[in-house]
Design a protein around this ligand. Structure first.
Ligand code: CUA
Length: 364
């Protein structure tokens, strides 16, 4: 401790006046260079820019359903705007017109007319028709939204702290939602831990992922492109990182994507498969590869490390320990970390687990 203090002190003295900046720069520079030496693993390809929305209030309208929601929203917005301007204008007008000019004028006899049938009927009937209209339009849209068409392309979505996963009928699982343009898509949603909500603003759809039951939503994409997917239900520490994207392909492009993905996974060397799994299965949400502290222990230098296990003592991290930690994460918790990792039993093939182990070995 004393040595560190002395070094720091001498650095400050050496630097003298005006040198504090360069000292800080030096410290940060060193931190930066450490990070550069251990770059994070190449994550999924950077998401293409979300196309600029031509709409003023709303993100792009990219599904068949979107314009209906927008129309209703705009209708309500303008009716409210016109109403508030009307009410405020009448109020100001009356304030000016009926203001007290003198004490005598104020005490003068007033008209005995206490209401106007025409006026009252008008201001009751017009809003009545407006709200009935809003109800009919809203109810129709709600029923549409809750009734997926029968011949839809079905994708399973799973929410898990803190990632989304999608499973396709072709036997493919992927952290992104890929869908063909112009086809009805139905998403079956489930959660393996807590409440999440699958939210795709550009499609104007959102649905909770509830542990222990299926929920669903559907849409028909009308625009090619890449749009963000959010989790819209607070689900813990990394809730705001629970992001992915939906990619809308042309029908031919979609077929090509599926074929390409299947080919990629079959042919992959173990280490690459491990890196892919690391990114796809959400490992990176809790485990860093650069030594920094996250929810779980860092993978940097993990293989061969002596770890202190809560109430069990020290063990050497080897292939079997890593495998056990993936399949039964609660059995041996490293001291100082919360027992919050979900099991991946039944989710990862043996080949993927071996891949992860080989990948972890490479992070020195
Ligand atoms: Cu998952 Cu918030």
């Amino acid at each position: 401790m004393k040595i560190i203090w002395d070094t720091l002190l001498s650095r400050f003295v050496e630097a003298g006046a005006g040198g504090a900046l360069s000292f800080t720069r030096g410290v940060f520079g060193r931190l930066l260079s450490v990070q550069q030496q251990n770059p994070a693993p190449p994550a999924l390809p950077a998401p293409p820019k979300v196309p600029e929305s031509p709409l003023f209030w709303m993100p792009n309208a990219a599904s068949e359903y979107s314009p209906h929601v927008d129309a209703l929203f705009n209708f309500l917005l303008w009716v409210s705007a016109i109403s508030i301007i009307g009410v405020a204008a009448a109020m100001i007008y009356f304030c000016v017109k009926y203001r007290a000019t003198s004490r005598e004028a104020n005490e003068a006899a007033e008209s005995q007319v206490d209401h106007s049938n025409t006026l009252e009927v008008t201001w009751s009937v017009i809003p009545l028709f407006l709200v009935i209209g809003v109800f009919v339009a809203g109810f129709k849209q709600y029923v549409d939204l809750r009734t997926p068409p029968r011949s839809a392309y079905e994708v399973h979505a799973t929410g898990q702290r803190w990632k989304w996963g999608f499973e396709y009928p072709e036997g493919l699982s992927h952290p992104e939602l890929h869908v063909p343009l112009g086809r009805n898509v139905r998403i079956m949603i489930q959660s393996v831990d807590v409440l999440h909500a699958l939210y795709i603003p550009e499609f104007r759809v959102k649905m909770d992922a509830v542990p222990g039951r299926y929920t669903e939503l559907w849409f028909k994409p009308t625009k090619e492109g890449t749009f963000p997917i959010y989790c819209a239900e607070y689900c813990g520490t990394s809730h705001s990182d629970m992001l992915t994207r939906v990619v809308v392909h042309t029908p031919e492009g979609f077929q090509a994507w599926v074929a390409e993905e299947i080919k990629k996974i079959e042919a992959m060397p173990l280490v690459d498969l491990g890196l892919l799994t690391f990114n796809q299965s959400g490992c990176s949400t809790c485990h860093s590869t650069d030594g920094s502290q996250k929810v779980g222990p860092t993978f940097k230098g993990l293989f061969g490390r002596q770890e202190k296990i809560t109430s069990l003592g020290t063990l050497n991290v080897d292939e079997n320990y890593i495998r056990e930690s993936i399949l039964e994460p609660q059995s041996k918790i490293v001291e100082g970390f919360p027992p919050s990792m979900p099991t991946f039993k039944g989710q990862l093939s043996d080949r993927r687990i071996s891949g992860l182990i080989e990948y972890i070995k490479t992070i020195k």
